[in-house]
Design a protein around this ligand. Structure first.
Ligand SMILES: Nc1ncnc2c1ncn2[C@@H]1O[C@H](COP(=O)(O)OP(=O)(O)OP(=O)(O)O)[C@@H](O)[C@H]1O
Ligand SMILES: [Mg+2]
Length: 590
């Protein structure tokens, strides 16, 4: 029980207890019922004495009918109390699990994007699903087992002293010896438990990767490689389980064998006491029953020590996320931005994810309604610049402002309401087409949804779906083509109707026909909005008011298409490799 004294463990339990507060009545009911269960154990040991001294030895036939009545009555009371105990504690546990999961999920939603880049999705899933479950299930078991077994132990000890205190002292001296091996085993389990949950998280992560990357796995024919990876981790998991099982299975036998010495000595002494007439036979048997019955609670109390280790390490992993503070937060009194005009300015922005600078002295101005294209080689920092405008990260040097307000002075939610984003990943939710389109404005009417879809050139194909706008997308619904998904994302951004637009064009080439449609949809979307477009299409670049050419995080050139071609710099080179093939024309030589 040494861990109970550990202040760190105390802090963790106080935190778990906070979540239990709303269910104290229910937990109290379970505890009260567990006292009754413990008391019935003591009563059954006590009743052995009158059974022998009053019924069996005097062979009193009139009392025989009372025996089944007592037995059945005792078990009925114990059964009823056990039900109340189990049902209440388990439902309290489930309720607390529900609350902690909700809180943890909300907390995750509030964390900054950077945190999710550093951690595997499987890691979060395993903490929200497994660890929260383990933590609460074990804590609940511990609480009730602890109460029930403690009361049984105290009751039985009292009974033993009542029957024969000399014999009792002999037994009490021997019993505690069995604590030592138990405490040792408990320590080993704690060491294993944390690594075990890590092993399980690894397993979850690899499963998640497999099922989301199935297409890549199959196309590269790497099933065997993945199989081996999974088998490896799964074997690690077994090795971990084996260790836990070993110490788990070892603890009871060790305790029992050591205890048997004590039992032998105590009974030897007990027989001597009966033969010399100090106690009755009934008292000895009642004493024996009580001593034997003490070992089960003792063993369980020692197991509770192991359970405690499991709870602590699961809880540590859960609270680790709770303790993670969002890096990007509103400053006190942050400005609630209404609808922005769309004046955006990057002033000498410097930024790095780790050490290597990604953007250096990046400055660009965009007037309301202007289209600014960001072009440059892969890794130049285009997506990063866009992410900074959404304030997914804070700039480390310089500043970004919208309508003259520094982003860090604007309330985050109100800033993001002003920015619509079409990402190259075209992420859609498992929901109807209509709900996906109105994601940025949930109250939008179906007419508005349809209008947005029309402008995004998506209306026609949506109408051709079996359930039209109510068709489900994703795992449980239709599969859409890349171009169709893109147009739904465009409709979503259109309906959000934000004054600022960030467009990370998909690099994957669509066929010419859907390319044309997506292009038209994008033109509609960019109308009257300040747009930052990470351009991979010539037509987008041509329609931009301003093209920013980035290389290694440095602005190399700014100008419109014609000016930049005349410069014959990096843009001209990029144009020749990247865009020329798209329209089949020679680059202008002017
Ligand atoms: N979350 C991240 N953590 C650490 N480094 C990152 C992260 N995202 C991007 N980087 C690094 O920052 C640099 C710029 O990345 P960015 O995604 O902005 O490039 P990009 O210009 O959008 O390239 P592409 O055209 O390939 O999309 C790259 O060197 C990349 O490795
Ligand atoms: Mg990018």
């Amino acid at each position: 029980m040494a861990v109970l004294a550990n202040p760190h463990t105390g802090i963790i339990f106080r935190r778990i207890l906070q979540y239990s507060r709303p269910y104290l009545w229910r937990i109290g009911g379970a505890l009260a019922a567990s006292l009754v269960v413990g008391a019935t154990d003591v009563a059954s040991a006590k009743l052995v004495q009158p059974l022998i001294d009053r019924v069996l030895q005097p062979q009193d036939r009139s009392l025989i009918p009372l025996v089944p009545v007592f037995i059945i009555g005792l078990f009925a009371v114990k059964g009823g109390a056990k039900f109340i105990q189990e049902y209440n504690i388990k439902t309290s546990g489930a309720l607390v699990v529900q609350d902690i999961r909700n809180a943890l999920y909300s907390h995750c939603l509030g964390l900054s994007l950077g945190y999710f880049n550093q951690n595997k999705a499987g890691n979060f899933m395993s903490r929200i699903l497994n660890d929260v479950g383990v933590m609460q299930r074990s804590a609940a078991d511990m609480l009730v087992d602890g109460a029930r077994e403690s009361i049984a132990l105290v009751g039985l000890t009292m009974l033993v002293f009542y029957n024969d205190w000399k014999l009792a002292i002999a037994a009490i001296v021997v019993l505690p010896l069995s604590f030592f091996p138990g405490a040792y085993v408990g320590k080993r389990i704690k060491k294993n438990s944390r690594s075990g949950q890590q092993v399980l998280a690894d397993l979850t992560a690899i499963l998640q990767e497999t099922f989301s990357g199935m297409k890549v796995i199959k196309s590269f024919g790497t099933e065997d490689l993945e199989r081996r990876k999974f088998f490896d981790r799964n074997r690690n998991f077994y090795h971990f389980i084996r260790k836990v099982l070993k110490y788990d299975s070892l603890s009871a036998p060790i305790i029992e064998v050591i205890a048997s010495f004590g039992i032998a000595a105590v009974f030897w002494f007990g027989i001597y006491r009966v033969i010399n007439g100090y106690i009755t036979l009934g008292e000895l048997f009642s004493f024996g029953a009580a001593v034997l019955m003490m070992y089960a609670p003792l063993r369980r109390l020692i197991k509770i020590n192991n359970t405690l280790q499991t709870v602590v390490s699961a809880a540590e992993r859960v609270f680790e996320i709770f303790d993670q503070q969002p890096e990007i937060v509103d400053r006190p009194g942050a400005l609630e931005l209404d609808r922005a005009r769309g004046q955006v300015s990057f002033q000498g922005v410097g930024f790095s994810y780790d050490d290597a600078p990604v953007l250096k002295n990046f400055s660009v101005e965009a007037s309301p309604g202007e289209i600014v294209a960001l072009v440059g080689p892969s890794g130049a920092g285009k997506t990063t610049a866009a992410a900074l405008l959404s304030r997914f990260y804070d700039v480390q040097e310089g500043a970004i402002s919208v309508d003259g307000h520094d982003l860090r002075d604007i309330a985050l939610k109100s800033l993001r309401k002003n920015i619509a984003m079409v990402d190259q990943e075209t992420f859609l939710f498992n929901d109807s087409v209509a709900n996906n389109i109105r994601y940025g404005r949930p109250q939008a009417s179906l007419e508005d949804v349809q209008k947005a879809a029309e402008a995004a050139y998506a209306d026609q194909f949506i109408r051709e779906l079996p359930h039209g706008y109510e068709e489900m997308i994703g795992d449980r619904g239709v599969r859409l083509s890349g171009g169709q998904r893109q147009r739904i994302c465009i409709a979503r951004a259109l309906l959000m109707d934000a004054p600022i637009l960030i467009l990370d064009e998909a690099t994957s080439s669509l066929d010419t026909e859907s390319e044309t449609v997506v292009q038209k949809a994008l033109q509609n979307l960019m109308k009257n909005r300040t747009t930052f477009v990470i351009a991979h299409r010539l037509s987008t670049v041509l329609s931009a008011h301003k093209i920013v050419v980035l290389e290694n995080g440095i602005v190399k050139e700014i100008g419109n298409h014609q000016e930049l071609l005349n410069n014959r710099g990096l843009y001209c080179k990029l144009y020749e490799i990247q865009f020329m093939s798209q329209d089949g024309k020679e680059p202008s030589s002017r």
